[in-house]
Design a protein around this ligand. Structure first.
Ligand SMILES: O=P(O)(O)OC[C@H]1O[C@H](O[C@H]2O[C@H](CO)[C@@H](O)[C@H](O)[C@H]2O)[C@H](O)[C@@H](O)[C@@H]1O
Length: 371
């Protein structure tokens, strides 16, 4: 990846619109693509009132919110909850996206004589999804597993959380951290506190640095407008903002979508995407978790795709950018954490964080035996 000719910040409004159209799922209309408001991308515009366009945007956003976190199906047979494998739809999906545990021998066989690098998403991957984002703590056994992985392989956490917050959750200095969906990368967290104290954040890459004041402003506005909605919460993740609706009654989701849209109209250089019961507001820049993985591979001296096998484990839509990069590079593979069938660019799957831990422990055992 060559960043020498410029930053990933998009300044051309046309390019910004194209970027946005490429990033958002087709059922989500872009927010205020052009400075001064919506310009009619996709054929809308002339003769269509602004109000109607807003309705389309809000409805698109609402559809995305409804489909963002498919709930686990509970099949009850003889009074017992079925395991996902016993669900025919899940079993059919496993044929396309096999379990990384069941395929472990195949995975390590492809890594024979090569160097494995491990990239891990945080929420939903290393810690289970919980109602309160501040309580998504990592279990001590998972922390031990991640620490062991970092001892044996180059490893990084790539999260939507702010880098500082994810470090507080993970509490390991042996890894690299990419916070804010990859927009805040520190390639070495060793001596983290020392570096902060000295005010010299070493090995730092922040492609959206110029958006900091804007993110603070939008975060305050979002907090203000959603303060009356029961269950809604706003999390400032430094270079992006999460508007959580997990604890909001479904009847109020439309209001959340409408208010977020209204606020975003005043910020044409920001966009919204959706994650697991969360709307993510972030800068319109040509940067995502996939680009962050490429950057990390390059800065850690691991860009030799013949001899390095990157493994990326994640559960979210934002992790798909990383899965896609690995698929396109034709080296390494993504592992999607999911209990329900999903469209994915990942090659393998794991059901939940406990299986992630089992996989990480297996990798370490394999490495120890293969030395
Ligand atoms: O990239 P990640 O590390 O997966 O971060 C993505 C978002 O994760 C967090 O939200 C999600 O987990 C919460 C805790 O389990 C849950 O309450 C929420 O509904 C999920 O969307 C985090 O709070 C967000 O800021 C991250 O963007």
């Amino acid at each position: 990846m060559d960043l020498s000719n410029g930053s990933p910040v998009i300044t051309d409004p046309m390019a910004m619109g194209q970027q946005l159209m490429g990033v958002l799922p087709s059922n989500m209309m872009p927010f205020s693509v052009m400075p001064g408001g919506y310009s009619g991308a996709g054929g809308a515009g002339v003769g269509v009132s602004r109000r109607k366009i807003e309705e389309v945007i809000v409805n698109g956003l609402l559809d995305a919110m409804r489909s963002s976190s498919p709930r686990k199906k509970h099949n009850v047979v003889f009074g017992q909850e079925n395991l996902p494998e016993e669900d025919p739809a899940y079993s059919a999906w496993l044929a396309k996206c096999p379990s990384a545990l069941a395929s472990f021998k195949q995975i390590v066989a492809s890594a024979q004589g090569k160097k494995i690098a491990v990239f891990l998403d945080n929420d939903g991957t290393l810690s289970p999804i919980v109602d309160d984002p501040d309580k998504a703590v990592m279990s001590p056994v998972m922390r031990a597993a991640v620490r062991n992985v970092a001892k044996h392989f180059p490893a990084a956490i790539v999260s939507g959380r702010s880098r500082k917050k994810v470090l507080e959750f993970v509490k390991l200095k042996e890894l690299c951290y990419a916070g804010s969906h990859g927009m805040d990368i520190m390639t070495s967290s060793a001596n983290y506190e020392h570096n902060i104290e000295k005010g010299k954040e070493a090995n730092l890459f922040q492609p959206a640095r110029e958006f900091l004041p804007m993110i603070d402003e939008v975060s305050k506005s979002l907090l203000e407008v959603t303060s009356g909605i029961e269950g809604a919460s706003v999390e400032n993740n430094k270079f992006c903002v999460s508007v959580h609706y997990r604890n909001v009654h479904e009847k109020d989701w439309e209001l959340v979508a409408r208010l977020v849209n209204e606020v975003l109209e005043g910020f044409p250089r920001l966009k919204v995407t959706n994650g697991r019961m969360v709307l993510e507001v972030r800068p319109v820049i040509d940067w995502d978790k996939g680009k962050a993985v490429e950057f990390l591979l390059q800065s850690l001296g691991l860009s030799d795709s013949e001899n390095v096998i990157p493994i990326y484990i994640g559960d979210d839509r934002t992790d798909e950018d990383a899965f896609k990069v690995l698929r396109e590079r034709n080296c390494g593979f993504g592992i999607l954490v999911s209990q329900v069938p999903k469209e994915t660019e990942a090659f393998y799957s794991l059901r939940d964080p406990s299986e992630v831990m089992e996989f990480l422990n297996s990798l370490v055992r394999w490495k120890k035996h293969s030395i």
